[in-house]
Design a protein. Sequence first.
Length: 341
Amino acid sequence: MTRRRLPLILTALLAAPLLPAAAQSPTAPAMPVARAGLRLTVPGPSATALAVSRRGDVIVTGDSGGNVTLWTRSGRVVRQFTQPSGITALAASPDGRLVATAGSDGMVRVWNALRGTVLWTLTPGSVTVTSVAFSPDGRLLASGGGDPAGSSAVQAGNAVKLWNLSSGQLAGTLRGHTDVVTAVAFSPDGQQLASGSRDRSVRLWSLDALTPERTLSAHGDAVSAVAYAPDGRTLVSASWDTTLVVWNADTGALVGRLNGHTAPVTAVAYTPDGRRVVSGADDDTVRLWDARTFRGLGVLGTHRSGTVTAVAAGPGGLILSSGGRDRTVSSWVGAPPQSGR
């Protein structure tokens, strides 16, 4: 392949859109539930962040060396760019043309994914930035972070920041969490935002009024990740207490709890069809769950590092996870077994 053809291939790849009573789940059986596929090795010391395009043809990885790498589904590197600090989180815009990275230097950078150039450098004003997410229309970026709790008072940095991507300016600040905001996610209709925090709560915010709607409390430790179902009706939160909780996104009611991990759960995602939940944890495992019955379907696989740092799901049964210190991103493909098997 010549150097001149690479931007044309990238343009084609990135033109597609990207990136009742409460139930109790049984422990997920330790059995493979999908066919293992690709294994990628990131250039940096550890794999820290992950995203996948909506068509599943572009995989974006971030590592502690500050490298952002764009891969094809076959494992070919099509673009790589680097920031001055380690990457703590990343997200891809709905149209696939932008990548946002959170850095260990407290900065958020918005990149042109085709050119590998920085469009905006955003300063949330927090000691750490732990999460970023694009709105469904691609007009806003949310970032979460904060200052480690030193008192019970709400600290200025423990907030969700909303950024206007046409100007790079701050569009709003959502305050209420009393410790570091560890996770942010937009609802599929763009009307609501969910945030998780080390203060053990999940908060739901109205984006029309930039006001809090509900505070959800059911976890016994820090909330590490949140994800909406594709239909927007439910929301799942992951926690250091080793559990995942499923919530009604409209009422805030707890509708299910997923038990099976034996260490803090660090990452969670819904599959595009909304039928499955994927989670990763410090117990070295990636697990699959039935989103309707809350039953564990099994263990997809493990990482040698002991920590799963991120998970993502794409079309065609594609599931991805990054493995921290083992520097790898693993993929699985295939229909899961019947629920309860």
